[in-house]
Design a protein around this ligand. Structure first.
Ligand SMILES: N[C@@H](CCC(=O)N[C@@H](CS)C(=O)NCC(=O)O)C(=O)O
Length: 220
């Protein structure tokens, strides 16, 4: 059954791959699963019909037959568990890959989102100049730790997994901050993720929503 996901009809980043439907699109592309996209406006997201799918009135959602899911991590995990290509077969390696998924979303992403939100909504506040270095320090602490663990490896734990997929999408949120420049191995890691053909198809499909270009074989 072809799943349907929801995505922004109007995106703050104009489809540059930061909205979280990108993670789901990328996972679907990695496993070769066709999907449909329903675009929702900001007001539609807060309507009861969408809240029935997503209690917090956000995107992405995922519908597949009777199943409705929200939370990008849960959706990526669902896809990865049911289709080959995003989780190792070995039970322990699989558990570790899932741990990296959680690490991406619950340990690395929060300080990055906090920094992004501050620069979006607190820039004109008196405390912003004082607070920003603190927020950057918290992000850099995680980047230091992640960089040390990655070392010279291609991916976080053996072959590319859903853990890498989520970590790459999380790190992408820092691309305009300049903070990644101090971590060449993380820069290389990000570039390797972005160079994956499935990433490219997902990115182009999301961007096509805003450029009006036909989706390049991504969403069908
Ligand atoms: N933890 C959620 C976060 C979802 C989220 O923040 N979605 C954003 C788009 S990337 C959204 O819908 N923002 C609009 C809003 O919150 O009103 C996930 O990973 O799916």
């Amino acid at each position: 059954m072809t799943p349907t996901i929801t995505a922004f009809a109007q995106s703050p980043d104009r489809g540059r791959g930061l909205a979280r439907d990108m993670r789901v699109r990328w996972a679907l592309e990695e496993v070769g699963l066709p999907y449909e996209v329903r675009l929702v406006s900001f007001s539609e997201m807060k309507e009861p019909a969408h809240r029935a799918l997503h209690p917090f009135g956000q995107i992405p959602t995922y519908e597949e037959g009777d199943l409705v899911l929200f939370e990008s991590g849960a959706i990526v995990l669902h896809i990865a568990k049911r289709h080959a290509g995003l989780l190792p077969d070995d039970a322990n390696a699989r558990a570790r890959a899932i741990a990296w998924m959680f690490a991406a979303l619950s340990t690395v992403e929060p300080p990055i989102v906090e920094l992004g939100m501050a620069s979006l909504v607190e820039r004109d506040k008196a405390w912003y100049a004082e607070r920003r270095p603190l927020l950057e320090d918290r992000v850099c602490q995680r980047l230091d730790e992640l960089s040390r663990r990655l070392g010279v490896s291609q991916w976080l734990d053996g072959a590319f997994s859903a853990g890498d997929l989520l970590m790459v999408t999380v790190l992408r949120r820092l691309e305009s901050s300049g903070l990644l420049q101090a971590y060449p191995n993380l820069g290389g890691y990000l570039a390797r993720g972005e160079a994956r053909p499935a990433y490219g198809r997902a990115f182009d499909a999301q961007l096509a929503v805003f450029t009006g270009a036909p989706p390049p074989g991504g969403e069908r």
